[in-house]
Design a protein. Structure first.
Length: 246
């Protein structure tokens, strides 16, 4: 075992870096729980997405919270304002930490009302990291990904929510807009994060963990580079080591 490997194994003597959110993108809660057991103490923040939504996602979320983990409900709520407000209020009672909604003005404002007074923070999903400029044109958008993200970030700030989900490519501009608005607490959660040399999979606008954080990201959502690794715990620790000084 090399010195680097030994250092990585010993690293969990300190608290896990909660800027890293491990995506539990698997079909069942049993598989998700098995992954958490394999990652062990290398990660303290987990994302529960739509794949687990209909498979007991809230039960898993409560179990993770009971174990002292942080939970990101990436469910991208999108409905009329009254429905989103009630759904957000219901989810806030579970004690989770982050919730995504689509970055539409009415939706974001409704979610903000729903979680008011709780610890649940609302994030507006700007433009999915799998989408390219051509995809947006096909969807009748005249704006580029960067310009559309900027518009939605401004709307998120006006709605008073806690942050946005955006690709690492837009993180610097999001940070600048938040600073301009006096929102230094504004969260910038970036999916599409891949360590150097990792496969991009279905991510069209990706970056390394170091690049994303340097650009202004506050949190990194990382799935397959951790969960598909032969040793997920070591993979997570290796990523944490690369960003330890950022």
């Amino acid at each position: 075992m090399t010195q680097t490997e030994t250092a990585r194994d010993q690293a969990p003597n300190r608290a896990p870096d909660e800027r890293i959110i491990c995506a539990l993108d698997v079909p069942t809660t049993a598989e998700a729980q098995a992954l958490v057991e394999r990652v062990q103490d290398a990660v303290g923040f987990y994302k529960i997405g739509l794949q687990l939504f209909a498979a007991g996602g809230m039960d898993l979320a409560r179990d993770l919270k009971a174990d002292g983990r942080k939970v990101f409900l990436d469910w991208k709520l999108h409905d009329i304002g009254a429905t989103v407000e009630k759904a957000a209020a219901s989810l806030a009672e579970a004690g989770c930490d982050l919730l995504t909604v689509h970055a539409r003005p009415q939706v974001m404002a409704a979610a903000a009302r729903g979680v008011a007074g709780s610890g649940l923070k609302v994030l507006g999903v700007t433009v999915l990291t799998s989408l390219t400029a051509d995809d947006l044109i096909a969807d009748d958008h005249s704006l580029s990904p960067a310009d559309l993200v900027e518009r939605r970030v401004r709307q998120a700030l006006e709605a008073g929510i806690d942050g946005v989900v955006a690709s690492p490519h837009e993180a610097a501009r999001v940070k600048a807009l938040a600073t301009e608005a006096g929102r230094d607490d504004f969260l910038i959660v970036t999916p599409g994060v891949r360590p150097e040399g990792a496969a991009l999979d279905d991510q069209a606008r990706a970056a390394t963990p170091e690049a994303a954080l340097t650009s202004g990201a506050t949190h990194l959502v990382i799935g397959r580079p951790i969960t598909a690794a032969g040793d997920p715990r070591r993979a997570a620790l290796a990523i944490a080591e690369t960003i330890a000084l950022i």
